[in-house]
Design a protein around this ligand. Structure first.
Ligand code: PLP
Length: 367
């Protein structure tokens, strides 16, 4: 198959040295080489989460990490406040509901980020502290919306609920200061801003979250975070880990830090700015509202009267440029352009030229 340029919201293009890191013999996952690698990976993740606390590595995609957080931190019947700004926020709420939690939703208009004043008002009204937990999405991949996690943090801390954050498509690309901001549990995954293949999820836990693991008699087994941490302390995972993907993640994190975390934040922000400008120049309308733009995913409506699906098809089939469409209610309405992974400014330019050519071809019928 000819090489494709992936501008998906994940999985992303993985640099050749990271791919080559998987091309080596497997090692004993109960041996010293594995323990050293796990320690390196956790140490490399610590500044990205912004935590000195516990980090567990799970053999799963990001959804598994979200489920692990819910299953380990709450009991059936506990009230959670879900703050969705798109499909992945709703998925988080759905996981909590399926574990028997009572889920209340703080509604946010499409394209907007969670309004700190609205969250403040809801938490303030909860004088009896019936809300045990709050579910948030750092970066919502379905709508290209980023929440201002620093601005939301003080009111959450003041209320005292346990805060769960899905940062599957945020961490690594945008700043997150878990300890300083006071978030309790954060989930991410290998295949987004860390630019590694899919298959590894990572969760970080605050002291408070850690203490909750001990107290609960919960139904959980594979995703028992107590067990994950016990094994992590001896340089292992409870179950057979995806060793080859961990080789890649280890190499990806080394490359990430060699480039510098700040440079990674700046690159994602700069690329997102370029994509927003290019799409608007080509007649697209951004879905995210000013002040709520994500640095990793740009969601946009095509020019009036044009259908995103033939455009996405032409881009993939004729130009080898792969973007995403919309999810759920946004299916067939938007395109989504990801900036994560082994992407260069030249790759972006190629994509913009391809979009322009494909649009021209579709509107004029020129093949
Ligand atoms: N949360 C967000 C914000 C995501 O972008 C994704 C994946 O796109 C997920 C959760 C689910 O992750 P996974 O597909 O790795 O299970």
């Amino acid at each position: 198959m000819p090489r494709q340029l992936l501008f998906l919201p994940g999985p992303v293009m993985v640099a050749p040295p990271v791919l080559r890191a998987m091309d080596r013999p497997l090692i004993d996952h109960r041996g010293p080489e594995f323990a050293a690698m796990l320690e390196r990976i956790i140490a490399a993740l610590r500044p990205v989460f912004g935590t000195r606390g516990e980090i567990a590595i799970l053999g799963s995609s990001g959804t598994g990490a979200m489920e692990a957080l819910v299953a380990n931190l709450f009991t059936p019947g506990e009230r959670l406040l879900s703050c969705p700004v798109g499909s992945f926020g709703k998925r988080f709420a759905g996981i909590a509901a399926s574990y028997g939690c009572t889920v209340e939703t703080l509604e946010t208009p499409l394209g907007a980020a969670v309004d700190p004043a609205a969250l403040q008002a809801r938490l303030h009204a909860d004088s009896e502290k019936r809300i045990a937990g709050v579910l948030l999405t750092h970066n919502e991949t379905s709508t290209g919306v980023a929440n201002d996690m620093a601005a939301l943090a003080p009111m959450l801390r003041a209320h005292g609920a346990i805060t769960l954050v899905d940062s599957v498509s945020g961490l690594g690309a945008s700043e997150f200061r878990m300890d300083e901001w006071g978030y309790d549990a954060v989930a991410t995954a290998s295949q987004k801003a860390f630019a590694a293949p899919p298959g590894v999820a990572m969760v970080a836990l605050s002291e408070r979250a850690r203490a909750r693991l001990e107290n609960r008699a919960l139904a959980r087994f594979y995703f028992d975070l107590r067990r994950a941490l016990e094994f992590s302390h001896i340089g292992q995972t409870p179950w057979t880990p995806p060793i080859s993907i961990l080789f890649a993640l280890d190499a990806a994190l080394a490359a990430y830090h060699a480039g510098g975390m700040r440079a990674a934040f700046e690159r994602h922000a700069a690329f997102a700015g370029l994509v927003r400008t290019a799409l608007q120049r080509l007649g697209f309308t951004l879905l995210s509202r000013p002040g709520a733009h994500s640095d990793t995913v740009i969601a946009a409506y095509p020019p009036p009267g044009s259908d995103p699906d033939p455009l996405l098809r032409a881009l993939r089939e004729e130009y080898g440029v792969v973007l995403s469409g919309g999810q759920a209610d946004l299916a067939g309405k938007i395109v989504r352009f990801g900036t994560m992974g082994d992407v260069s400014a030249r790759d972006l330019q190629t994509a913009f030229e391809a979009i322009e050519a494909a649009q021209l071809e579709l509107t004029s019928g020129v093949a």
